[in-house]
Design a protein around this ligand. Structure first.
Ligand SMILES: C[S@@+](CC[C@H](N)C(=O)[O-])C[C@H]1O[C@@H](n2cnc3c(N)ncnc32)[C@H](O)[C@@H]1O
Length: 224
């Protein structure tokens, strides 16, 4: 049964021209929350092979902007809003990199997406804490690069650290809701956190503390 459901999303992705079945997770969340509206500026973290980027570019078209980042190279063309692709570690996204893309780094994004996942090891705890590290990085980036009133959708692998993460998200956003889209395997501990309306002020010390204890760079350099 589980295999049939997998095949269904896989075939549907092929049929509709999406790069992966992951597209349907974002589509289901966004159909309910209406986050990816026309003209919004989107930062898509962990974007390879690019199906969330496709959805974001289509839904924000024609005059939105999508910046996609992944450790892996992502190529090809996208329909809709202009898409900028970067290869590198999301933790290393700098003002200079955004400037090189012709973007103003002082102009924040309206939406942050993160489908980032650590390389899975088979150990539930190791994978969970790898995911927590990435989710905390996403919240750091939300503090620095998301507009006040901006929205975030991020993936996490559930486990003992989830409660603290949700608490941190609640301290930064007006509304925080879990989501488990149909295209996400029911056996997987993957779930999505939808964070709506980032607060105007976020304690800077708190962000600095998080960054000080944050992850070391995973790779060096940037490419487009
Ligand atoms: C599940 S895939 C993303 C699928 C994508 N949303 C799509 O729809 O095509 C997770 C991605 O996160 C990326 N990733 C993990 N850690 C990262 C990091 N620190 N910086 C950038 N990308 C990262 C991985 O390389 C992987 O491609």
């Amino acid at each position: 049964m589980a295999r049939e459901i997998q095949d269904h999303w896989f075939k549907e992705a092929k049929r509709q021209g999406y790069r992966s079945r992951a597209a349907f997770k974002l589509i289901e969340i966004d159909d309910k929350r209406r986050i990816l509206t026309k003209g919004r500026r989107v930062l898509d973290l962990g974007c390879a092979p690019g199906s969330w980027t496709q959805v974001a570019a289509q839904r924000t078209a024609p005059n939105g902007i999508v910046v996609g980042i992944d450790l892996q190279v992502v190529t090809g063309s996208f329909r809709g809003s202009p898409v900028h692709l970067l290869q590198g570690d999301a933790a290393e996204l700098s003002d200079e990199t955004l400037e090189e893309l012709g973007l103003d780094p002082s102009s924040p994004f309206d939406v942050l997406l993160s489908d980032m996942a650590p390389s899975t090891t088979g150990s539930r705890d190791t994978d969970h804490y790898g995911s927590m590290r990435l989710c905390n990085l996403v919240l750091d980036l939300a503090a620095m690069r998301l507009s006040s009133g901006g929205d975030l959708i991020m993936k996490m692998f559930e486990g003992p650290g989830s409660k603290d993460l949700l608490e941190r998200a609640r301290s930064m956003f007006e509304t925080v809701r879990p989501a488990k889209p149909k295209a996400s395997r029911s056996v997987s501990r993957e779930m999505f956190i939808v964070c709506l309306k980032r607060s105007k002020s976020i304690a800077v010390d708190h962000i600095r503390d998080e960054l000080a204890g944050g992850p070391p760079p995973l790779t060096g350099g940037w490419g487009s």
